[in-house]
Design a binder for this molecule. Structure first.
Ligand code: NAD
Length: 494
């Protein structure tokens, strides 16, 4: 059977190590959808179709679980050192094709190449980190309080995992799940976002070629993921769900996972506050703000959504932010000079326009941008809106775009209260030269991750995740490995 494929050729003519298979990876083979249906993949910068991928239905979902189940016992029994070697091979294979993968991401996601290169390095790092973790899954041995028994705890692979990823980091969100799953000894089914499946398919093929055995990683894409994922979650062989995406879809999946009491990790939406105190170094704060706001053109769950700036430096901060964001080059991500690429689709532009219009109607002032350009491509310019009033939707809704909403505050206690006035609790940022005060504020901010004098929290070695409606569980670091392990207690009479 011939496999459909897409040849991604870089701007300097490199066609990559292979044509990317665009069918479904089930077991050892790439197969088309039985329905014959395909999903068109758009380039958001040009609104043209790049290629199409096979559109799976529930039958292929079942086949993917069959393949994961068939590979499960052997993979769990594979020596940790061998699993580690394979993961390390995946790291090297990905990094060898960093530029090619970055250009692929820029094409299907729209982000700037510089962001895409950073994403590939971050994504590959999960393979290296979990290669190192795979050989350090240590158990525990304790003397029972009575002294008469021994309590032995062993960490075992939790079982087959369904991994569902979003479009904003199509490589990193996949490897952040696959790498710990494989390190722990689990097999998996990856369901990438329908907007950006090509990157996941390329990563899967890289993994296959790097030695990941058949059935350990299976990939299905679907234009209607609801029924497919629901059926997979009702297959008793599936024991883990790891989802990254919106809180709304996370809630639906949690309900479905409840039927079989499936262990669930949820990396959901965010609404990150960025607090700048009077004593902060303003240039460092602007540097951090540019990363926290403009990495991925604001299409990040950790993106700063609300800038609370102490009154003494508020006007200077706004002026500098306008200057820096105003100097950014907007355009197709694939063009090397671009700093702010295209948004993912027309809906994203409409959402941003709605939030900005609502804030302006309530009294905010547009200091920069604030209007999508006419013409082809899903572009929105870097924008700053100041004096955003309480009650504005942009303060409670993820804008997921290059818009900075700035609000003044008077004292740090008030800033913490404002930061916490959201149902979300993923990332938060604090800029102050008083580290003790920064740490005390970090303790009181309701977020899974707080950065002090930094504009970036993501690190393969750190536990990434949220509180409140931003999610459950952690990805990255040792915590991320434990999400794919079951603690087996063996009671030993002494
Ligand atoms: P989304 O929830 O619409 O989609 C995410 C994934 O879920 C996609 O693969 C999609 O196909 C799938 N999906 C949608 N409906 C489904 C259903 N009924 N059943 C099963 N799967 C379904 O989110 P999105 O628009 O792709 O991504 C943006 C959201 O993701 C934002 O809210 C962002 O904050 C969040 N996000 C969170 C993190 C994090 O680590 N916390 C990271 C990146 C993105």
């Amino acid at each position: 059977m011939t496999t459909e494929s897409f040849t991604c050729t870089t701007t300097d003519g490199h066609a990559g190590p292979f044509a990317i298979p665009t069918d479904l990876l089930i077991g050892e083979v790439w197969v088309p959808a039985t329905s014959g249906k395909r999903i068109d993949i758009l380039n958001p910068a040009t609104e043209t179709v790049l290629t199409s991928v096979a559109d799976a239905s529930s039958a292929e979902g079942r086949a993917a679980v069959d393949a994961a189940a068939a590979a499960s016992a052997a993979w769990a029994a594979t020596a940790p050192r061998k699993r580690a070697d394979i993961l390390l091979a995946c790291f090297h294979a990905m990094m060898a094709e960093q530029e090619w993968l970055a250009q692929l991401i820029a094409l299907e996601n729209g982000k700037a190449l510089s962001d895409a290169r950073g994403e590939v390095a971050y994504a590959a790092e999960f393979f290296r980190w979990y290669a190192e973790e795979a050989v350090r899954i240590n158990g525990e041995l304790a003397v029972s309080p009575s002294g008469a028994n021994r309590i032995m705890v062993q960490y075992q692979p939790i079982g087959i995992a369904l991994l569902i990823t979003p479009w904003n980091f199509p490589a990193a969100m996949a490897t952040r799940k696959i790498a710990p799953a494989l390190a722990a000894g689990c097999t998996c089914i990856l369901k990438p976002a329908e907007e950006t499946p090509l990157t996941a398919l390329a990563v899967a093929e890289i993994m296959r070629r790097a030695g990941v055995p058949a059935g350990v990683v299976n990939v299905v894409n679907a234009s209607d993921p609801g029924p497919l994922c629901n059926d997979i979650l009702h297959d008793p062989r599936v024991r883990k769900l790891s989802f990254t995406g919106s809180t709304e879809v996370g809630r639906i999946l949690l309900r479905q996972a409840a039927d079989q009491v499936i262990s669930s990790s949820m990396e959901l939406g965010g609404n990150a506050p960025f607090l700048v105190l009077d004593d902060a170094n303003i240039d460092e704060a602007i540097e951090g703000a540019m990363i926290a706001k403009m990495r991925n053109a604001g299409e990040a769950c950790t993106a700063a959504n609300r800038f609370y700036v102490q009154r003494g430096i508020h006007d200077a901060f706004v002026a500098k932010l306008v200057e820096r964001m105003g100097a950014m080059k907007i355009g197709p991500g694939i063009e090397g000079a671009t700093q702010c690429g295209a948004m993912i689709n027309r809906r994203a532009i409409e959402k941003i326009e709605h939030l900005v219009a609502d804030a302006v109607r309530r009294g905010a002032q547009v200091k920069l941008g604030g209007k999508a350009p006419a013409g082809v491509g899903f572009f929105y310019p870097p924008s700053v809106i100041a004096n955003v009033q309480p009650g504005s939707e942009i303060l409670t809704t993820e804008v997921f775009g290059p818009v900075a909403a700035v609000i003044p505050f008077d004292d740090p206690g008030e800033a913490v209260a404002l930061a916490n006035a959201t149902e979300y609790g993923l990332a938060a940022y604090v800029y102050t030269d008083d580290l003790k005060r920064g740490l005390q504020m970090a303790e009181r901010i309701e977020a899974g991750m707080v950065a002090i004098n930094r504009g970036l929290v993501s690190d393969a070695a750190a536990p990434f995740g949220g509180v409140k409606q931003s999610g459950l569980g952690r990805e990255g670091g040792h915590h991320g490995l434990l999400e794919y392990c079951e603690a087996k207690y063996i009671a030993v009479s002494w």
